[in-house]
Each structure stands twice: as structure tokens, then as C-alpha cells.
Design a binder for this molecule. Sequence first.
Ligand SMILES: Cc1cc2nc3c(=O)[nH]c(=O)nc-3n(C[C@H](O)[C@H](O)[C@H](O)COP(=O)(O)OP(=O)(O)OC[C@H]3O[C@@H](n4cnc5c(N)ncnc54)[C@H](O)[C@@H]3O)c2cc1C
Length: 418
Amino acid sequence: MPVQKIATSAIIIGAGPAGAGTSFFLSKSGIPHIVIDKDKFPRDKVCGDACSGKTVLVLNRANPAWMEEINSRRDIFLPSWGITFNAPNGKGINIPFTPQWSKEMKPAGFTVTRFVFDDFLFRKMESPYARIFEEAKIDNIKTSDTGVSIQVTCGSVEYEITAPMIVGADGDKSLVRKTLLNNNTSAKTYAVGLRAYYEGITWPNEDQFIELHFLEETLPGYFWIFPLPNGMANIGVGIPSDVVRSKKINLREQMLAAIKNNPAIAPRFANATLKGKIQGWGLPMAGEKEVLSGNNFMLTGDAAALIDPFSGEGIGNALYSGMLAAEAIQKCREQNDYSAATLKREYDDVLYKRLGNEFRISNTLQRLSRRKWLFNAVINKAHKSPALRDTISSMFADMDLRSQLRKPSFYFRILFNK
Ligand SMILES: Cc1cc2nc3c(=O)[nH]c(=O)nc-3n(C[C@H](O)[C@H](O)[C@H](O)COP(=O)(O)OP(=O)(O)OC[C@H]3O[C@@H](n4cnc5c(N)ncnc54)[C@H](O)[C@@H]3O)c2cc1C
């Protein structure tokens, strides 16, 4: 059968949050593009299933009706109002995402299984400007002076697709990254995580905040309990790979031991049932300034290693980087220039200007959280001080305030009541 040739303005590899985010904003600008995924949707993705304010922000920018839909479908999307931090000494603090909150307000975030959420995003890509290939195999990616050419097999048909630009939105094991980003095949900081679904765990109160348990044995990573609709919960553990290697940690054993023996956790699982398998996957964490693009290509989401190094959140950053990638493509089209220098200016520099401070703060927090005593001391103080809890709560929305977390003086004042 002859190879079918298609020319388009942009090729996106991967239809997860990063690819969908890119597609939404290309369609908004009327830019024709092709999205290719190796899987058929709906499909699972190992994740904690917690979506933060950045996910809400990008979806609202793409189409405010989508957030209305999410907020009205409590059967599959559970609103999220805050977070509980539990220190290694077992003490916990509840921090709402906004200091004065009520369930009448629009929630700052939500939880939803990735099986449901990624399919929701996938269906929203439908547009006259987007052509989508599922269950497609990429046989080859080549760049030339005029752009990119890829060979794809989908069903029994072979395609040769050409475009001036390719977006790598193909996740942690990105083929685009491996093929086009010379000498740079993986994130500098890396974590590994396990995820399990449980039914029937109990909750300390009806607020059902998402819970991070910084157990002594998981530091600087954490064990999480995230509520989902219909009495389900997403349970997992994520730890930096260097710590897993150096301490020879068996993640699965550690997670099951916490569920069985930890005095703050085990009683809540007394009548709970594991649903399905415990599964693992990698988390490529954001550095402070990495290369994210080159001649005729950009990397987004996990392919660009944009997961928050402290919280482990990557869905919001994947969508956000997709939005910025689409804006950069529009600028490149206006200038008819897809060179590495232009992409660095229009994409890498813009992304680090917007997210760089967040990454710096989270990298600092990740380093500090290796110190158990400091963690215990801060949570102890916050436990006693409503004012400190309000400050931490305000940090979710206020970046200037959050910058305080990088300063030793912040911890000095907390520890010594200055
Ligand atoms: C254990 C764990 C827990 C996590 N918990 C959270 C959390 O609670 N909240 C949060 O915000 N983030 C969390 N993350 C991070 C989050 O899952 C990722 O950051 C997010 O999925 C990144 O989105 P993406 O679109 O870049 O990549 P992905 O979601 O991985 O999507 C990539 C897509 O590309 C496709 N693809 C891959 N290779 C190819 C190929 N060769 N050809 C065609 N298609 C291809 C895949 O099929 C997939 O659909 C967690 C991660 C892990 C591992």
C-alpha cells in the first residue's frame, strides 16, 4: 500500500495533558495540527490523580465551560479544598488552598482518575484544526532544513507527515526527546512512585483534604492518600531515585508496611480493599533551567521534565507548558522562523520566567525536607499557630509569599518565635 503523505503546521506526539494542552491552544488560534498517541483512549496512567490550581487555570483559559462541567460532575470529579501535611512525628496540619474557604466557593482543585481525566481532555481536542491518530506507531523522526518528517503506522496505513514543528508531549520516556535533544536524554532529578487504588478507607473528617504523609522512611518523598469519588482513594508513595538507590528501598514493601503498621495510617485501612494492581512509574522532576527545545522541536510536560520537585505535581505543568508551546508556535509562524534561537526565546525563556521561581522554591523545599527535625519543628509550630497555618495557606496563591520558603530567616523566625 502506498505511503500517505500529509503536510501540516505542527505535529504533537502524545495526547496526555501536555499534548492536549498544546492542541487546545493551537485550535484556539486556528493552527492546523496532528496529534499522535501510541495508545487507544480511554487509557490508564500511573498517577496520584490530584489536579491543582494550575490545571484549573489552564482549563479555564482553554474554555471556561469545561471547568463548569468538571464542577458539576461530582460522580467522577471530586472537588479538592485543601491539603493535610503530616510530619514524620505523626503530627498533622490541615491547610485549605484559600485561607477563608467554604464548600460554596469554587474548588481550587479536584481529584479524578487519569483513566477518566485524560479521556475527558482527549475528547475536548476535537476541532476542525486537529487531526488525531490513536494506536499509532512512530517508525521514524527526522529533521531537515525545512522542518520535521515522521513515519507513522496507524492500522494498516503508513503515513509520512511533515511539519515545520514537532512537539514532544510523549511523557517520561519521550522518543522525541531521545531522538532530537542531543546528549540530554533524562531529567537530572528523578523520582519513582507507586500507585494503588483502595476502596473503603476511612477519613479523619468530611473535608477529605488530599493528604501527604512525610514518613521518616520516605523522606524527602512522601506517602499519599488522595480521596476519589465513590468511596475510592488513590494511595501511593514517591521517593527521589537517588534515595531509593542509596538506601536500597523496596518501595512496594515500604508502602504496604505503612498501610499495615503505621499507627496514623493502618487503622484507616482496617476495612479497605485493594482494587487492581499496585503499579509504578517514573517522575522526571524540574530543574532550575534545562534545555527544552531546539531547531524545529519543543518538549512539554514530562518529556521536558517539568514535575514539581517538592509536591510531585505534573499535570498542571504539563497543561501549562502545552499552552506556552502553542503560543510559541504562533510566534514562530508569524516570524517564519523555527530555529533553536527563536524557540529558546519564545518557549524556554517564557516558561522559566513564569515557572522558574516555583521550581527554585520546590527544589529548596525538597532539599530541606531531607531534614526530619526541621520538618517536625515547622509542623509542630504550625499545629499550634493558626497565623502560621494562614500564611502557609496564602502561599498557594501568592508567589511572593511562597518565596519566603527559600529564605533561612523564614525558618529561623518560626523556630525561635522571632
Ligand atoms: C506515581 C505518580 C504519581 C503522580 N501523582 C501526581 C499527582 O497526583 N498530581 C499531578 O499533577 N501529577 C502527578 N504525577 C505526575 C503526572 O502523572 C505527570 O506529570 C503527567 O502525566 C505528565 O503529563 P504528560 O502529558 O507530559 O505525559 P503523560 O501523561 O505520560 O502522557 C504522555 C502520552 O504520550 C503517549 N506516548 C508516549 N510515547 C509515545 C510514542 N512513542 N508515540 C506516541 N505516543 C506516545 C502516551 O501514550 C501518553 O498518552 C504523578 C506521577 C507518578 C508517576
